[in-house]
Design a protein around this ligand. Structure first.
Ligand SMILES: [Zn+2]
Length: 386
């Protein structure tokens, strides 16, 4: 083997060991050797490299099976920190996490204007504020992940956001030039799906859908544990799936799109009159008082979601669908209508085995997904770069 090949093998072994320490810590060198099949001297030399890189440290001593008690190894989750940001239509949610994804600081912001020219400097200042909360650490900020509710292409360029009308925006380069760390841009539903897969309601599923139900409807697709982005990055735009071919015209040019009926925007529109806006709080209070108009609107919301989700389930056959919407998370009636609708429209062989679950991470799901994409890239780079 030439030197380059030898280095590569060392790096692959390091990655294998780091993964095992991440999953099994606290763990001894002997156990690592047993679990990875690498011999003890390889484990020992690669662990000492990981320790020099501040990614692993030793703690006290573990159980002994006779003889000397082994020293245990831990992953240094505070070796660096990542930022995850979810840019909504009119607000921004930002979190700062350690390398294991524990949130150590979070901040929200209302966007005074959704135009990209106005939003860019605000976003940069917002990131600077998050950075100021990073504790002192060997690597400091390891990357920034930003998700947006719109189309992001395979080169992480923002192609279009339907509601705030961003068009062809290269936020990745702007942020990389400003902060000099890796930057990742992702679609919001994809980010949420990933967050729920790593930390939330979908932790134990390999095949899942994440439905982000807000101004529109976006679906994040995870197949065999991996995000499915499509050939050009535009998968999951199922809010524009036709559910009524004679229906009203949608902003996308199609007619009778699912999100015209089943988005949160559609629910709010069905409840407000021309002179009166409705808030989340109004809906909760009126539902509690059994206000018929509100109850009917919530049932309709569940009905239309169930109709569209039936199509999604027939297409992907996932183990679970995670539903991210504040009203679904607080009003169990909606989820039971969805479940009823889905099971009345599908063969029980399909519908009885799929779990329909409200999001367990709530509004943090997309930001957590982004910070975990950043962390994974950092750890991959730390162990696999030459
Ligand atoms: Zn449409």
């Amino acid at each position: 083997m030439d030197i380059a090949d030898q280095n590569f093998v060392k790096k692959v072994n390091q990655k294998l060991l780091l993964n095992e320490i991440l999953k099994q810590a606290p763990i001894s060198r002997a156990k690592l050797s047993e679990r990875t099949g690498l011999n003890k001297s390889t484990v020992s030399s690669q662990v000492s490299t990981l320790m020099k890189e501040h990614l692993v440290y030793e703690i006290g001593q573990g159980e002994s099976s006779g003889g000397r008690r082994p020293v245990l190894l831990m992953f240094n989750k505070q070796a660096g920190f990542s930022i995850g940001i979810d840019v909504g239509v009119d607000d921004v949610n930002g979190i700062l996490t350690d390398l294991e994804g524990s949130v150590i600081y979070d901040q929200q912001l209302m966007l005074p204007s959704s135009s990209p020219e106005a939003a860019k400097p605000i976003l940069i200042e917002f990131i600077q504020q998050l950075i100021s909360h990073i504790p002192s650490s060997p690597y400091g900020l390891v990357g920034i992940g930003v998700c947006i509710p719109g189309l992001v292409d395979a080169n992480e360029q923002i192609v279009f956001t339907p509601h705030s009308k961003w068009k062809n925006i290269d936020l990745k380069t702007t942020l990389q030039d400003t902060f000099h760390v890796p930057v990742f841009i992702e679609n919001e539903a994809n980010a949420g799906a990933y967050g729920e897969k790593i930390f939330g309601a979908a932790k134990h599923y390999d095949h899942l859908m994440y439905a982000s139900i807000g101004t529109g409807i976006g679906i994040g697709i995870i197949i065999d544990q991996h995000l499915y982005r499509g050939a050009y990055g535009f998968s999951g735009e199922m809010g524009h799936m036709t559910i009524d071919f004679n229906g009203p015209t949608c902003s996308c040019g199609n007619r009778g799109c699912w999100e015209l009926y089943a988005s949160e925007k559609a629910l709010f529109e069905s409840l407000q009159s021309s002179d009166q806006k409705v808030s989340y709080q109004d809906i909760e209070e009126r539902a509690k008082m059994n206000d018929m108009k509100t109850i009917n609107a919530l049932r309709n919301f569940g009905f239309y979601l169930g109709v569209g989700l039936t199509n999604v389930l027939h297409t992907f056959n996932p183990q679970a669908v995670i539903l991210r919407n504040k009203i679904i998370e607080s009003q169990p009636t909606v989820l039971s209508v969805i479940q009823h609708e889905v099971s009345s429209r599908m063969d029980p062989q399909f519908s009885s085995i799929v779990e329909l679950l409200p999001s367990s991470l709530g509004h943090n799901a997309p930001a957590l997904g982004m910070s975990s994409l950043v962390n994974e890239a950092f750890l991959h780079h730390a162990t696999l770069s030459q």
